[in-house]
Design a binder for this molecule. Structure first.
Ligand SMILES: [Zn+2]
Ligand SMILES: [Zn+2]
Length: 332
């Protein structure tokens, strides 16, 4: 079968033919229907994550179950779509058993498509416990990108930011994740201010019904210390400084973007005003089920473009150049 594989030291994926995977006892084989491309792929290709072995890339996957391992008792109907929970948790450690399976650090856990064979292929192998049924009416491409580009902001905003009805929320950075983030915050009943440097992104944010849309150059018109939660989807020193400036006393800053390796905390105000700086990582299996219900209900409309999988290197290049407007899914 066709697969696009990471090879250590190469800047592009190798387009090649590999054997179709066989399921282990507790695995399923998915016929891949769509695979999202992501900035994490670029971090790997640019050598920031030093994987020593080759693997098929692609960690945002949706497909149909076509084969099951000997111990898998669940039945899967042809045509039904399943999405993959990319953190691929072990299922038995204390993090997994308490519902915090995004934090699983069991040695058996490997991220699907990041160090282990993933979705840039015709078929992929996944533990049966780590797939989620996609409700009818959601397309494979939306289901695929939702596994990261909706799940990550959902976890950041709902679980880590504890955003709820009436929360005043500032969202910094309106790329693929931020744009889904504003829809999630609105669906939770928040009053949202969306900031970005690019006017077209601000226009799109307006179309989702955000209460306040403002160019990041003009933030000085906003009242300092006036937001319950600030979600920083950029993660540069400058955006983290803005976040500290606009978060309320007792409020929370959620760091999602990895724009800069470090960003200073202004200790005097963080201490005096009891500011919480909160990290966030991907999302949980249960949250995936919740967010597909929100998508099925039309409350979140992830923007997705599609292209053939064989063009993966071209689109990774476009992603690196910032030319993909929202998110992109590849179709094998
Ligand atoms: Zn991703
Ligand atoms: Zn675990």
């Amino acid at each position: 079968m066709f697969a696009a594989r990471y090879v250590p030291g190469q800047k592009e994926l190798s387009l090649t033919d590999v054997p179709k995977p066989k399921p282990g006892p507790q695995d399923v084989i998915l016929k891949v229907r769509a695979a999202g491309i992501c900035h994490s792929d670029l971090h790997v290709l640019h050598g920031e994550v030093p994987y020593k072995e080759s693997f098929t890339m692609g960690h945002e996957a949706c497909g149909e179950v076509v084969e099951t391992g000997s111990q898998v008792t669940e039945k899967f109907a042809p045509g039904d779509l399943y999405a993959v929970h990319g953190p691929n948790p072990c299922g038995h450690c204390n993090f997994c058993r308490s519902g915090h399976d995004n934090l699983c650090n069991d040695p058996s856990r490997t991220f699907i498509g990041l160090g282990q064979d993933g979705a840039y292929a015709e078929y992929m192998k996944v533990p049966a416990r780590n797939i989620v049924k996609v409700p009818k009416g959601i397309s494979p491409e939306v289901a695929a990108v939702a596994t990261d580009a909706v799940l990550t902001p959902y976890h950041a905003i709902k679980a880590m930011g504890q955003v709820q009805m009436g929360s005043k929320v500032m969202i910094i950075g309106l790329g693929g994740l931020g744009m889904n983030g504003i829809q999630i915050a609105l669906a939770l009943g928040a009053n949202v201010t969306a900031c970005d440097l690019k006017e077209p992104n601000l226009e799109m944010a307006k179309s989702f019904g955000v209460q306040t849309v403002i160019n990041s150059k003009n933030l000085s018109v906003l009242e300092p210390q006036s937001y319950d939660v600030v979600i920083d989807f950029v993660g540069l020193e400058a955006t983290f400084k803005d976040a500290q400036n606009f978060v309320k006393p007792g409020g929370t800053i959620v760091l999602v973007g990895l724009g800069s390796a470090t960003a200073p905390v202004t200790t005097a105000s963080a201490i005096t005003y009891q500011i919480r700086v909160q990290g966030t990582f991907w999302g949980t299996h249960i949250e995936m089920e919740e967010l597909y219900d929100l998508i099925a209900a039309g409350k979140i409309k992830p923007q997705v473009e599609t292209a053939p999988l064989k063009e993966v290197n071209h689109w990774l290049h476009e992603l690196a150049e910032g030319k993909i407007k929202s998110r992109m899914a590849l179709i094998p």
